[in-house]
Design a binder for this molecule. Structure first.
Ligand SMILES: [Zn+2]
Length: 235
């Protein structure tokens, strides 16, 4: 993807997904002047295999980690929906929350987890977030009779998003060269201390670099991030 969008909305199911899957792209675009906002859907409170910690304690830690990671990348705004980890559902309320943020932030590009073209090994929250974000972009945020109260009561006019980029896809058709932002991406991933602390640092570095190298091989550059793209008419 050559063009740099000016406004980007990232819908991340858990704290850390955005940095792992598109941190290099976000750092690159922010460096080129883009404004990036996050919607963090869940609190990440189940993301551990360690006994002796409660979901509330882990969620509090992960909130801090997410804010630190967003700061590393230069993300402008972080909206937290606060659903319990593992409990995302495809509901009208969740869809409305995403429509509200799309109409408020008016992104050209929405980035989210691939809900469909993906092996079965994929977190349920990732499937749900991708599916609901897709529906929120089109047609719910676009057509004013959906959630009309967002316009009449909150002043949020309908918005046409041009592009969704799905990460974690098995049918990537769009790549972003992240050769110049690999170090920033790595720092943002490492800000999620509760998620990386159990692994030797070398292992985390190798993981981040190897995945970027694999995507780069497909893209024809050294390091890349890979997405599946859906385009919508904006005219
Ligand atoms: Zn996740």
């Amino acid at each position: 993807m050559e063009e740099t969008p000016q406004r980007v909305l990232v819908v991340t199911p858990h704290p850390d997904d955005a940095e792992i899957w598109c941190g290099g792209t976000l750092a690159r675009w922010i460096g080129q002047g883009a404004e990036v906002s996050y919607v963090v859907c869940t609190d990440g409170g189940k993301g551990t295999d360690k006994p002796g910690i409660t979901a509330a304690e882990l969620a509090a830690a992960r909130d801090q980690e997410q804010m630190a990671a967003a700061e590393v990348l230069g993300v402008k705004e972080v909206v937290k929906l606060g659903y319990p980890d593992g409990e995302l559902e495809d509901t009208g309320e969740f869809r409305k929350q995403l429509v509200r943020e799309i109409r408020r932030l008016r992104p050209e590009v929405v980035m989210v987890t691939e809900p469909y073209v993906r092996s079965l090994v994929w977190h349920r929250d990732h499937r749900i977030a991708g599916q609901v974000a897709l529906d929120a972009v089109f047609p719910y945020a676009r057509d004013h009779l959906h959630f009309g109260e967002l316009w009449s009561e909150e002043g949020l006019e309908p918005h046409k998003t041009g592009t969704i980029l799905f990460w974690g896809t098995e049918r990537a058709d769009t790549f972003v060269d992240i050769g110049e932002t690999m170090e920033v991406k790595l720092a943002a991933v490492q800000a999620h201390k509760s998620q990386v602390a159990d692994h030797p640092e070398r292992e985390v570095v190798d993981y981040v670099y190897q995945r970027a190298r694999d995507a780069g091989t497909e893209a024809g550059c050294e390091y890349a991030e890979a997405f599946r793209r859906a385009n919508f008419r904006t005219g």
